[in-house]
Design a protein around this ligand. Structure first.
Ligand code: ATP
Ligand code: MG
Length: 805
């Protein structure tokens, strides 16, 4: 039969068909989002198999995530009556692991080698530092961990590293000692999986040839995000070196990618691998796909327009036949809380009126910590949701640790919490010691806390120190506000310091800070006014008990707020006891971490970071928190490369949407435990006006010339609405939630000292600049200002002489 008429190929356009049916040679597909790259890759595998050009064992396909690998297998299975289980389809790490398991002896590993995760790796390094009698202050284990991982990503063993100075020499020495220790203990970290299997192929010609013969077709998706070592690994499987030059082999490598979607530079990804691939493999088949099948016209226009602002691009265009479709809806909320409310209302509308399945709706955000407010709004509205590629807020390890400490403050006899954090952050209390303690507690019929004093020996000393720590914390937090309690706990427990030191801990630190926000808004919502919380506990309790009978307040005035006590009051009614804010908060956390996460298979809204959304698509997408400092992220604002990577991230976010796209931002947001005033993201000004529909009046943006009130800005915007909650909104068919209406006022955006985000200001030393962010209050107020000549700086408003101009 004519393979070109196979039903597999019928839906393809000519370029896609050409790519799927390419002769067995090296090829690159470079194409924009939604153009069918992944579909081509999968269909090509099916076509190669169904036409008998290769057997299932002759294919290796590399995907970026395990989820993508699973999806590819499912799709293949749907196309072919085939047992795909034994196929080599997976992530780089997954495939390397497989290789090492199969050839452990040649790789000089014990048969039972174990994998070290990041946490285990750190403990191993700490042990080593101690054993060497080194000072942890000088040789920070986290830094060493980062150094070692980085060397491995670059494919470097200790002896290959040129030494700069004495400090560097010690680091390299530690790397060497660490290697020896891992080898002795038979363990392999993530970086080692990749490097060791690379060396295995490089140093074992017979094995290399075996796999080169075997994998006739190697296909790699998301090639733009491969790092140096991964590319070198690929070259081992598809060629050899001759007099220092790479000679490609006879197998066929198909690389598929989009330079505009390269978003992992921070982990060593190298877009340059694409150009190297074309050159070194002598690629003759380069295919462009320009037809986008995913998104409606306005969405695609917006994506094209945005990414055009990047300078370093290979350059390509996308078109669609699907018609313009709906405009992108832009919504500005007064607070992050109101933003989440609005999104949830809108989702309910989409599901009810437009009949969208919930799983076709995604909420994307730049930072993990943003999920909490969104989760809370979904939870309160009873909308099932699933946090994808990460845990839900109250289930994240660092949050559970923090909650365990809080529980111990409330009740030192909570044994589960005791066990959870007795040795976290690590303080040298071993599993055996804890077992002994549990035995002792069992035989005496007391709690672990109380059993400590009955335990003898050296092991007990550390446990006593832990118990003392908890007791000291409890005293320090007596009579404190919920916020103070959490602050003290985060400091004294060592949790915050522990994650601050962690190379990969930034997200976790953000989450811990977000816990403070959770507590703040809980206090507001539940009506524990600040004054009330500061009272001694029993007095508070009696005030609360009386207040519980009063009418519901608006939850803003601290005194009036006392009158509204939904959760605590309910608990009190049931148990006949009154509860402290801490207990009420812990109950709330336990409830939110319960099983409200959608069950497997249940139709649920999808929440994830933009990074985790790569390759996926949804009918409706919300991109939340589009503010300067958040997205683009503040860490990236100081340099061009960072900003371009943020823009690619925004491009990835936009192109996830098929039919509807919502862009939202908030004037104020609780961030790192403080209220911050943000400008809306500069990305709004990089989108074509005709694609946007402003559901709220555009306020002060990044663009120049917007100096006045945030409401007076940019009169040229089309679709501008006169004010909150007016007919303009009704016309769109959406309503403003009550919560947003109540708090929506331009005064919200005004900060102390008269300095406000968006203002042009003058500083005697730095000259003219623009205020990006204002945060904190009174003497603590500070502003981030972008100066024309001096870049962006944080200034304390009580000291810095800033004049509005
Ligand atoms: P990304 O860059 O986001 O990974 P991609 O280029 O890999 O995108 P795919 O996910 O393969 O794109 O395809 C996008 C969508 O378009 C999918 O729903 C796919 O099924 C559909 N599609 C691709 N090609 C065609 C076609 N010829 N006809 C109809 N639909 C198509
Ligand atoms: Mg794809």
């Amino acid at each position: 039969t004519d393979p070109a008429r196979s039903p597999l190929l019928q839906a393809l356009n000519p370029e896609q068909l050409a790519a799927v049916t390419l002769p067995a040679a090296h090829a690159l597909i470079l194409a924009g989002a939604g153009s069918g790259k992944t579909r081509v890759l999968t269909t090509r595998i099916a076509w190669l198999l169904s036409t008998g050009q290769v057997t299932a064992g002759g294919i290796m396909a590399v995907t970026f995530t395990n989820k993508a690998a699973k999806e590819m297998l499912t799709r293949l299975q749907a196309m072919l009556p085939l047992n795909v289980r034994g196929m080599w389809i997976g992530t780089f790490h997954g495939l390397c692991h497989r290789l090492l398991r199969a050839h452990w002896k040649l790789a000089a590993l014990p048969q039972t080698f174990q994998i070290l995760d990041t946490q285990d790796q750190l403990s191993a390094i700490k042990r080593l530092v101690k054993q060497q009698g080194l000072d942890e202050e000088q040789f920070k284990p986290k830094e060493l961990q980062w150094f070692i991982a980085h060397c491995k990503e670059e494919g470097l063993r200790p002896h290959q590293i040129p030494i700069h100075d004495e400090d560097h020499r010690r680091k390299v020495e530690m790397y060497q000692l660490y290697e020896a220790q891992c080898q002795r203990e038979g363990v392999v970290d993530f970086g080692e999986l990749m490097l060791r299997s690379f060396e295995l192929l490089r140093d074992q010609p017979a094995l290399r040839e075996h796999y080169q013969q075997r994998f006739r077709h190697i296909l790699i998706d998301e090639f733009q995000d491969t790092n140096r070592l991964q590319y070198a690994w690929l070259k081992q499987l598809a060629g050899h070196e001759e007099q220092g030059r790479f000679v490609p082999g006879s197998n066929a490598v198909l690389a598929v990618g989009d330079d505009d979607q390269s978003i992992y530079a921070f982990r060593g990804a190298r877009v340059g691998n694409m150009a190297d691939f074309v050159r070194e493999f002598g690629v003759r088949h380069q295919i462009k796909l320009e037809q986008n099948y995913r998104s409606h016209g306005h969405i695609l226009d917006a994506a094209n327009h945005l990414i055009d602002h990047n300078r370093s691009r290979l350059g390509k265009q996308l078109r669609t036949d699907q018609g313009a479709g709906e405009p992108l809806r832009v919504y500005e909320a007064p607070t992050d809380f109101a933003e989440a409310q609005w999104i949830v209302d809108e989702i309910r509308h989409l599901v009810k009126n437009d009949g969208l399945p919930r799983q076709e709706v995604a909420i994307l955000y730049r930072s993990n910590a943003q999920s909490r407010v969104l989760e809370s709004a979904l939870f309160n509205a009873g909308v099932p949701y699933r946090v994808y590629g990460g845990l839900r807020f109250f289930e994240r390890a660092e949050i559970k640790h923090a909650l365990a400490y809080l529980r111990l403050l409330d009740n030192p006899h909570d044994d589960t919490s005791f066990l959870r954090v007795a040795n976290f952050p690590p303080r040298g209390i071993g599993a055996r010691t804890l077992e002994q303690l549990q035995d002792r507690a069992r035989s005496r019929g007391c709690s672990l806390h109380d059993a400590v004093e009955h335990l003898g020996g050296a092991a007990a000393t550390k446990l006593r120190a832990f118990v003392a720590k908890i007791d000291v914390m409890r005293e320090a937090t007596a009579g404190a506000t919920l916020r103070q309690i959490i602050d003290i706990m985060l400091q004294h427990s060592g949790l915050l310091a522990h994650y601050r030191d962690d190379r990969d801990g930034a997200d976790r630190v953000e989450n811990l800070e977000e816990l403070v926000n959770a507590a703040e808004s809980f206090v507001m919502q539940e009506g524990f006014g600040r004054d009330a919380v500061a009272l001694p506990l029993d007095e508070t309790a009696s005030t609360l008990a009386v207040a519980g009978q009063s009418p519901v307040s608006q939850g803003l005035d601290p005194t009036a707020a006392l009158l509204d006590l939904p959760l605590s009051d309910a608990v009190a009614a049931e148990t006949g006891e009154t509860v402290s804010p801490l207990v009420a908060f812990l109950t709330h956390a336990a409830l939110e971490s319960g099983d409200n996460q959608a069950q497997a298979g249940q139709d649920a809204v999808q929440l994830m970071t933009v990074h985790a959304a790569k390759g996926l698509e949804f009918d409706a997408v919300f991109i939340a928190g589009l503010e300067e400092g958040l997205f683009p992220h503040e860490n990236s604002l100081s340099n061009m490369d960072g900003l371009e990577e943020e823009r690619r991230l925004m491009y990835v976010a936009i192109t996830r949407a098929r039919k509807r796209l919502y862009l939202t931002h908030a004037q104020t947001r609780m961030l790192h435990g403080q209220t911050r005033y943000h400008l809306r993201s500069r990305f709004f000004d990089e989108l074509p006006e005709h694609c946007l529909k402003w559901l709220t009046p555009p306020s002060a943006g990044w663009g120049a010339g917007e100096r006045g009130s945030p409401w007076g800005a940019a009169p040229s915007r089309v679709g501008m609405q006169p004010a909150w909650g007016r007919s303009g909104l009704a016309e769109t068919g959406f309503t403003v939630p009550a919560s947003a209406r109540q708090t929506a006022s331009p005064a919200q955006a005004a900060a102390p000292h008269g300095i406000r985000a968006g203002m042009q200001v003058f500083h005697p030393k730095f000259g003219e600049g623009k205020v990006l962010t204002v945060e904190g209050q009174g003497d603590d107020a500070r502003a981030q200002v972008s100066f024309m000549r001096h870049g962006s700086k944080w200034l304390a408003l009580s000291v810095a002489k800033l004049t509005p101009i």
